[in-house]
Design a protein around this ligand. Structure first.
Ligand SMILES: Nc1nc2c(c(=O)[nH]1)N[C@H]1C(S)=C(S)[C@@H](COP(=O)(O)OP(=O)(O)OC[C@H]3O[C@@H](n4cnc5c(=O)[nH]c(N)nc54)[C@H](O)[C@@H]3O)O[C@H]1N2
Ligand SMILES: Nc1nc2c(c(=O)[nH]1)N[C@H]1C(S)=C(S)[C@@H](COP(=O)(O)OP(=O)(O)OC[C@H]3O[C@@H](n4cnc5c(=O)[nH]c(N)nc54)[C@H](O)[C@@H]3O)O[C@H]1N2
Ligand SMILES: [Mo]
Length: 692
């Protein structure tokens, strides 16, 4: 008989959509959005609907595999017992030879956002000091910006956006990246709210707005400074908020008054009259809300720019009121709602760690700096990659490949043969979310939802949790006490311990009741109503001494853009497509559009290079080249080209081969490492002809 299950899409995305899956005789017969999902109301994206066919996915890795010679493609099937036994032997040998496990590293991210994912970090901590790749490739510069100004990361409920009279979507493209949120944007608009979209390219969201502002990439900070100048000049600031609830506004005022319009327009690419109109519009529609885009924050001075944009909310008193505030995806905010479950996993393990292990601290390498992995002392010999595709998604792809090739042992836990998995010594098949129970917490709406096991794992694939626990068993069999990972705990025990502190607030006795009643972390729908901030001054800080200690100006002053090179005069933005999730869902774009991803280029730029519409464009710089078909469009300016994340050319080269390592100004405060400036990519074009 057919049975229905509640599932949750665990991908690294805003919406964490609840799904309803019906299974008959082990096969999915229906999969839809859950109409009872209080945030999505049952709306899914194109990627979500592909899960219906996930059981037939020929790309799934079904068995543990060992590669004879990295990158050779000569894979041999192993049993789990053999694979984990060999991996355990290698770890034991390293410890014997090095007397430490600092030569062992973990690179893990959000392949699945399920809570059980935290057990992988816990397992590595259970080994004592190891090397960990810290930070986040995603949002940390923006998080630090908010931490400096408010002292803590808080955001309104996303539904609160429907109450705004003005919405500024500042460098995000939710029509593609958070389509469920558009419901609340449209709701506000149907009540007369104005939607302004600020983006260097005319995005799908811009096409749905009332006003589009074309900003220079990375020029947002200056646009915000210009708006602040007008707000003060024309008496449009909220003096009560400034005097009572803010710190350092006088110094900020003095600074923006001293700015010259030619500099502001040069940096932002927006004219003075347009900036004046924008400032008046912003001040004239209260409550106004700002959505800070993650994409817009992949620039060198993004932290300071985000402080300047955020300051507009403070200048107009839009903080702490319904329909106002600033929206940004904030994983850190969940910590405020109680014990953050991931931490429970870690402390649980640490209790078991021997005292002497604690003396020798783990070694931390900031995310993105893969090249450093080859230069460490003691040298790195073993790398475990899970829920991550660094060859495709990190800067300096070619270097990442080199590092993987040189490493004595690379273990990749994956579902697919990715560019990273292709360089593994051991490729271990990860189960997909429909195949095991987990709990997912959204970093956008903070919904907490149960994901039930609907299917048996494909082939011999297993959840990451099972894999690390079995490895802990093997290690302890080889050498008792090698790992302090609690091998007797089942996944259910971990989830129960992690979520127990929340049960009374949710009126529950066990997390499985979430199947009937999804919960939310208990955070205020509108933050900062009391206007008491958690900064050193207790006020909203325009002037931040903590910022100064982090090596940036205490005022939100972004660096000016440097001179463009004449050799690489075009900036390449990499944006997200509706049909992919970072490097995942590779075939979907083709399925939906009948063709592969293209290079968006202004017709004048393309013609000057003799590149035809639909013809081959080779994008190159000192680091490498990729060849993509050109798409003529006036949605980008002549000095920009745009392509989609995950795009590969016919030779399977991904766009990140063109990316240098460039860090943002901030990120250390929240994540331990600076954010990455993925949009600092400068290239040139030449026509290329594929030989038939
Ligand atoms: N469909 C889909 N959804 C996703 C993802 C996906 O890959 N595909 N990925 C998920 C993840 S991990 C993330 S982080 C989020 C990202 O979500 P978004 O931030 O919405 O996505 P991006 O496409 O990276 O960037 C959004 C916009 O920023 C613009 N932009 C680039 N530089 C600047 C700038 O200097 N100033 C301004 N104002 N705008 C700029 C780009 O042109 C783009 O239109 O999406 C999540 N959701
Ligand atoms: N050029 C450029 N590069 C960028 C960005 C950009 O804007 N431009 N954006 C950056 C951002 S915001 C982000 S968040 C990063 C994302 O970088 P990554 O997190 O490395 O990218 P994903 O493609 O999401 O890779 C996740 C992998 O996890 C696998 N996976 C899925 N489920 C599971 C599971 O349950 N277990 C295991 N072990 N694996 C699983 C998937 O198959 C996939 O290969 O990319 C960054 N890179
Ligand atoms: Mo991200």
């Amino acid at each position: 008989m057919a049975e229905s299950f509640i599932n949750v899409c665990p991908r690294d995305c805003f919406s964490s959509c609840r799904l309803k899956t019906t299974v008959d005789k082990g096969k999915i017969i229906s999969l839809t959005g859950d109409p009872k999902d209080p945030y999505t109301h049952g709306a899914l994206c194109a990627k979500g609907y592909t899960y219906r066919r996930s059981q037939d996915d020929p790309e799934r890795i079904l068995y543990p595999l060992k590669q004879e010679g990295k990158g050779s493609g000569r894979w041999r099937r192993l049993s789990w017992d053999e694979a984990l036994g060999e991996i355990a032997e290698r770890l034991a040998r390293i410890k014997r030879e090095e007397k430490t496990l600092l030569s062992v590293a973990l690179d893990k991210y959000l392949g699945s956002t399920g809570l059980l994912n935290g057990t992988v970090d816990a397992f590595f901590r259970s080994l004592g000091p190891v090397t960990t790749i810290i930070g986040s490739p995603c949002e940390p510069a923006g998080v630090d910006a908010l931490l400096l100004s408010y002292g803590a990361c808080r955001k309104p409920d996303p539904e609160d956006m429907a109450k705004a009279r003005l919405i500024f979507i500042w460098g995000a493209n939710p029509a593609w990246t958070a389509s469920q949120q558009m419901r609340y944007v449209y709701e506000a608009r149907s009540r007369g709210a104005v939607l302004v979209v600020i983006d260097p390219q005319f995005s799908a969201t811009a096409a749905r707005g009332d006003l589009y502002v074309e900003v220079r990439p990375g020029g947002d900070g200056y646009l915000a400074l210009g708006m602040a100048k007008v707000l003060w000049e024309e008496g449009l600031t909220d003096e009560k908020f400034l005097r009572e609830a803010s710190w350092g506004w006088e110094a900020y005022k003095e600074y923006v008054e001293s700015l010259h319009w030619p500099d502001i327009t040069e940096e932002s690419g927006v004219s003075e009259p347009d900036i004046r109109d924008l400032a008046r519009l912003f001040a004239g529609h209260k409550p106004a809300t700002l959505w800070l885009g993650i994409g817009a924050q992949h620039h060198p001075s993004a932290g300071q720019s985000f402080r300047a944009i955020d300051a507009l909310a403070a200048l107009t008193g839009n903080i702490g009121i319904p329909g106002g505030n600033v929206h940004y995806a904030l994983p850190a905010a969940a910590a405020e709602a109680g014990t953050f479950p991931a931490l429970v996993f870690q402390t649980e393990v640490e209790r078991g760690l021997r005292a002497e292990d604690g003396k020798n601290a783990s070694r931390c390498i900031p995310t993105g700096r893969y090249r450093e992995l080859a230069e460490l002392d003691p040298a790195l010999r073993f790398l475990w990659v899970a829920g991550r595709n660094p060859v495709a998604q990190n800067p300096e792809s070619a270097r990442v490949r080199d590092v993987l090739k040189q490493m004595e042992t690379v273990v990749v836990v994956e579902q697919k043969m990715t560019a990273t998995a292709a360089l593994a010594d051991y490729l271990l098949p990860a189960a997909d979310f429909l195949e095991y129970e987990d709990v997912i917490v959204s970093t956008w709406h903070y919904g907490v939802a149960l994901n039930q096991k609907a299917l048996e794992p494909a082939g011999e694939s297993r959840p990451d949790f099972w894999i690390v626990r079995e490895l802990a068993r093997k290690l302890n069999a080889l050498s008792p006490g090698f790992s302090t990972f609690p091998i007797d705990l089942e996944a259910e025990d971990w989830l129960d311990r992690a979520l127990k502190p929340y049960y009374s607030g949710w009126g529950m006795k066990h997390y499985r009741e979430l199947a009937e009643r999804p919960a939310r972390l208990s955070l205020p729908a509108v933050p900062w109503r009391d206007r008491r901030f958690l900064t050193p001054s207790g006020k909203y800080e325009f002037y931040s001494q903590r910022a100064e200690r982090l090596g940036v100006s205490p005022l939100p002053i972004p660096e000016r853009r440097g001179k463009r090179s004449s050799v690489y005069p075009l900036q390449m933005l990499s944006v997200r497509s509706f049909a992919a999730l970072n490097s995942q869902f590779g075939q979907l774009f083709h399925l939906l559009t009948g063709e592969g991803p293209k290079l968006l280029v202004h017709p004048d730029t393309a013609r000057a290079k003799g590149i035809e519409d639909g013809g081959g464009a080779c994008v190159y710089n000192d680091l490498g080249e990729i060849c993509l078909p050109a798409l003529y469009t006036r949605s980008v300016s002549p000095d920009l080209v745009v392509t989609f994340l995950g795009s590969q050319d016919g030779k399977e080269k991904g766009l990140n081969v063109l990316l240098n390592l460039r860090e943002s100004d901030l990120g250390v405060l929240s994540s331990g490492a600076k954010g990455l400036s993925f949009q600092s990519c400068y290239v040139n074009l030449v026509r290329c002809v594929e030989r038939g």
